[in-house]
Design a protein around this ligand. Structure first.
Ligand code: FES
Length: 132
């Protein structure tokens, strides 16, 4: 699904973000680890898509699915606390745990904290199944 560009003004690209992919091929990547520079005001989904990392986002980033689920393995302080709506959706994601966030809602709000994001392999595979 196409995602509308955010209206949020972005800061300078000074926030180091490591994206670890359990199944990089399914996300259009060759390597499991990609190092990016994020900006305050940018969501992890926006950053990933801008760098051709094809995280699923079935609802277009409006908290109506859980296909954009990721794990924040480091740097959770760089983000605001999740809203209740996000927490409700995250609970629907397979393999969710205390590190789970929706990448479309996970917006960088502070500089100075390196971030590590892990994209689970099921994310892509689950939504690519063809109904019988
Ligand atoms: Fe649907 Fe993030 S894309 S909740």
């Amino acid at each position: 699904m196409h995602m509308k560009a955010s209206d949020t003004p972005l800061g300078p690209r000074t926030v180091p973000v490591t994206i670890e992919m359990e199944d990089p091929e399914s996300l259009g990547q060759a390597e499991k680890l990609v190092q990016l520079n994020g900006a305050v005001g940018e969501s992890i989904l926006e950053l990933a898509l801008a760098n051709d990392i094809a995280i699923e986002h079935a609802c277009g980033g409006v908290t109506a699915c859980s296909t954009c689920h990721v794990h924040v393995d480091a740097g959770e302080d760089a983000f605001d606390e999740p809203e209740d709506e996000e927490l409700d959706r995250v609970e629907e994601a397979p393999g969710n745990d205390m590190t789970s966030r929706l990448s479309c809602q996970c917006r960088i709000t502070k500089e100075g904290t390196p971030i590590t994001i892990r994209v689970p392999a099921w994310n892509r595979n689950a939504v690519k199944e063809v109904p019988h």
